[in-house]
Design a binder for this molecule. Structure first.
Ligand code: BGC
Length: 540
């Protein structure tokens, strides 16, 4: 064993094939501030996501904007225009997220994010220049494509460069940035909505270029993901990149050990994966038996459904429609401020997840989060049908609350519900999709999962007005029965299907899924490494 080994307990590279997995911790590089700084910077991409989905609600309520789209004297946007303006972004993001996986494998994770930022800037420029519907919609579609790239590949990149001990917390940082983006959007539109000229909408729209510039330029100085280089067979580049992200000498034992494990895992995956063409490589995401937690199809469905369930919690009902909803209760004097408070609760609660995700793990977090949200949602719904919001009455077209205390209690439980979301499912769904896929399908798996988030985001945004609209289902706060029931299904889902990935390398997650069911995963401990398995394979 090397000198370093004797002094520090670190295991030398030449002995790495003999390292049992339980000892891998000893060869993992300590987490340096540089590593943190890189990951924190990458999470900045979340600001795009949050800001872009958040600003449109405010802009659509602006008098100047309404008249620009509908003509002089108009008081509100037509439903078809609202739907087009809102949904075109999701269409763009959906497509962007799907394409991004391929680009990330071909050109690299970093390049795809920079490209996404550039496309986004073009889309934002078109929207800022627009003085009518056509260019605005075109701009949103283009910007959406860019957001799709960034939202899918940032999670991939961060999960691949973060050290395993803090990976969950770091990807949760991405969610934190989403919440900050939502808050910034709410504040900026609040500040400009009273302007009686085009700057009312041009400022909030144009400001987004700043986020894209910061992210795009900053990423030029960050290293590419070492796992991407390994996938491309560029071992020396992978070594250099790993050295940079770990803040270590590329030839150190730390780097050698981690590199060996990534390489061995890749060799293993390649060996068990048939050679396929382009279509075949997409189909690879859906191979294997659905009954096996370790099969590709099961992992892909898990990623897609995790993001679907995250949207089913109903959180975007609060972020997209709470202003209108609160107005309808007749108990809130400033609904806009109240929605801003919900957004603030979201931002302030998210950092709690940095600790929860590494202390209690992903599985418990999702399970308890779903339980908390279900309870809050049913309380909101039950209070509504008994004494609260559903008992408001109408005086000359204005809702008046019969029981203000009851409505206030409902609002308080909505805030607690947001707390439960922000500390659990908000970050948890993103953390898990970064961890469950093997390297052979990782970029596409994450792309498909992110596209699922945008798809359901769109569906929920689209149907909600019909659920609560006075002319349609007019469910009032009973819509929380629906969200409560969907959240109850999240409890069952988390219990039976979500594995525990805390503290494992991405390569160990693969092994764990092969060996135990999700319900037993929390107790699973690695007993061997891919490096030693590959060594046995070659000597056999
Ligand atoms: C979700 C978004 C949501 C946001 C709220 C994200 O994780 O994917 O749809 O608006 O959290 O913080």
């Amino acid at each position: 064993m090397s000198k370093q080994d004797a002094e520090t307990g670190v295991i030398a590279a030449e002995n790495i094939d003999r390292v049992e997995a339980g000892n891998l911790d000893r060869v993992e590089a300590p987490v340096t501030w540089r590593t943190y700084a890189m990951c924190v910077f990458a999470s900045f991409g979340g600001i795009f996501f949050g800001y872009d989905s958040g600003y449109i609600g405010g802009v659509q309520g602006m008098d100047f904007f309404i008249q620009m789209i509908e003509g002089p004297g108009a008081k509100e946007l037509s439903s078809s225009h609202t739907s087009l303006i809102v949904s075109i972004l999701s269409a763009g993001t959906f497509c962007g997220a799907l394409i991004a996986g391929d680009l990330a494998d071909f050109f690299g994770r970093r390049f795809t994010i920079i490209l996404g930022s550039a496309i986004f800037i073009v889309g934002v420029a078109l929207q800022t220049a627009s003085a009518g519907l056509g260019l605005l919609v075109a701009g949103r579609a283009v910007a959406g494509l860019g957001v799709g790239f960034v939202s899918a590949v940032i999670v991939l990149y961060m999960s691949e460069i973060a050290p395993k001990k803090v990976r969950g917390a770091i990807v949760s940082g991405y969610q934190f940035c989403i919440t900050i983006g939502l808050l910034l959007a709410a504040c900026v539109t609040y500040g400009t909505e009273s302007f009686d000229n085009s700057s009312s909408y041009r400022i909030p729209i144009g400001l987004q270029m700043v986020w894209a510039l910061i992210l795009g330029i900053g990423l030029m100085f960050l290293p590419e993901s070492p796992r991407y280089f390994i996938k491309k067979g560029k071992v020396e580049e992978a070594r250099k990149a790993l050295g940079r992200v770990r803040g270590q000498d590329p030839n150190s034992d730390y780097v050698e050990a981690e590199l060996n494990e990534i390489r061995a895992n890749h060799e293993y995956e390649k060996r068990i994966t048939p050679e396929t063409g382009y279509i075949g490589s997409w189909l690879l995401c859906f191979t294997g038996s659905i009954g096996l937690a370790s099969s590709n199809v099961r992992k892909t469905l898990l990623g897609i459904s995790l993001q679907m369930m995250q949207q089913w919690t109903g959180v975007n009902f609060v972020f997209y429609y709470s202003t209108i909803f609160l107005k309808g209760t007749g108990a809130v004097s400033n609904p806009f401020l109240m929605s801003l408070i919900f957004t603030l609760v979201n931002v302030l609660s998210t950092p709690v997840s940095f600790w929860l995700v590494e202390r209690f793990g992903r599985r418990s977090m999702l399970l308890w989060g779903a339980i908390g949200m279900t309870i809050c949602e049913f309380i909101v719904a039950i209070v509504g049908v008994t004494v609260g919001f559903n008992h408001t009455h109408d005086v000359n077209g204005v809702s008046i609350a019969n029981n203000i205390a009851a409505v206030n209690a409902q609002i308080a439980f909505i805030a607690i519900y947001i707390f439960c979301f922000a500390t659990t499912w908000g970050p948890g769904a993103w953390v898990l999709i970064g961890e469950i896929f093997p390297i052979t399908i990782r970029s596409r798996g994450i792309a498909l999962s992110t596209a699922s988030n945008w798809f359901w985001n769109f569906i929920i945004g689209f149907i909600t007005p019909y659920l609560v609209g006075a002319d349609y289902a007019n469910m009032q706060s009973s819509v929380f029965f629906l969200w409560g029931a969907l959240c109850a299904s999240c409890i069952v889902y988390a219990y039976f299907l979500v594995p525990e990935t805390k503290g494992l390398t991405l390569e160990q997650v693969d092994q764990m899924l092969e060996e135990v069911s999700p319900r037993k995963s929390a107790a699973w401990k690695p007993t061997t490494t891919f490096a030693s398995m590959e060594k046995n394979q070659t000597t056999a």
